[in-house]
Design a binder for this molecule. Structure first.
Ligand code: AMP
Length: 282
């Protein structure tokens, strides 16, 4: 399997493929890969001639230095896991210096307000960091299609906005959330949970499903209140936010309309680990 660490080496490898008209599927990740990531890679394999997976813990998208330090880094294991799917996949695993040089800084982006909702309220500068790294990857690797999980639904919408607003030549493809049998959304951060934490964490998904039922007959604010109460009663969790939002603007729902699509979003801490999840409501 080809593993590249530098911009020059990876572009040298990709250029002839692009010139031959091969389609390139790109899956950006921060490593510590799990079956959720693999589901994106499998989709990319099915839809492209060439697949490239990046493994890079992007410092500019972390607003919390402890979270950045503690983020799991398991490149060898990741490569072995990717290899179980195919040994033709290209891995791009640059170091921070290769991407940022000596100045680890984000560019500034406007995503027409999407960046101020939900995660944007709690993770200052996060989406500028996401925009910066994806801008870099898209212009360097020139993928035909790029794959993103609905697990980070706000990020998916922001990437679509980045592409349309800045006229980037790549198709963005959203992929369903991959879950543990318990319902817990797979996440690299789950490896930091205690055994009890991991069992208790399925509470997020169970609560989302119950909220979906309630949304059939109750207003968005009543359902949000109900979810807040459930979390207040659970000693393992500290809820950061629960929001029912319209899927394109990500604005909180004031009054339901049959014509619009909604999702419910949760961010909560358990074992000092911050987990996020969301599901479609209609
Ligand atoms: P990360 O390595 O956490 O930055 O994630 C890389 C990509 O994998 C992002 O597009 C995520 O949304 C996606 N992803 C992470 N976890 C899951 C999951 N459980 N199901 C589907 N996609 C996921």
């Amino acid at each position: 399997m080809d593993i590249f660490k530098t911009n020059t080496s990876v572009t040298k490898h990709l250029e002839p493929l692009l010139n031959k008209g091969k389609t390139i599927g790109f899956v950006p990740t921060m490593g510590a890969l799990h079956k959720g990531h693999l589901s994106l890679i499998k989709k990319a394999i099915a839809q492209n001639n060439v697949v490239i997976v990046s493994v890079f813990v992007n410092p500019t998208q972390f607003n919390n230095t402890k979270d950045l330090e503690k983020y799991p880094r398991t490149l060898q294991k990741d490569v072995a896991l990717i290899q179980t799917l195919s040994d033709k996949i290209i891995v791009f695993a640059p170091n921070t210096n290769e991407i940022y040089g000596n100045t680890i800084q984000s560019k500034k982006y406007s995503f027409d307000g999407l960046e101020f909702q939900m995660e944007g309220k709690f993770r200052d500068g996060h989406f500028d960091g996401v925009g910066t790294i994806l801008d870099y990857f898209f212009s360097t690797l020139k993928p035909t299609n790029a794959y993103f999980g609905e697990k980070d639904f706000q990020q998916l919408q922001i990437v679509k906005k980045l592409v349309s607003k800045y006229n980037l030549d790549v198709n963005i493809i959203g992929c369903e959330i991959f879950r543990e049998a318990s319902g817990l959304a797979m996440s690299s951060r789950n490896t930091r949970l205690t055994d009890t934490g991991k069992t208790e964490a399925s509470f997020i998904y169970k609560t989302l499903l119950q909220a979906k039922k309630k949304f059939g007959t109750k207003s968005a604010s009543k359902v949000e209140e109900w979810v807040t109460k459930q979390f207040a009663k659970n000693k393992h969790f500290k809820l950061e936010y629960v929001t029912i939002a319209e899927v394109t603007t990500l604005k909180t729902v004031k009054r339901k309309s049959k014509k619009q699509k909604y999702r419910i979003f949760i961010a909560a801490f358990i074992d000092n680990v911050r987990l996020i999840d969301n599901i479609a409501l209609n």
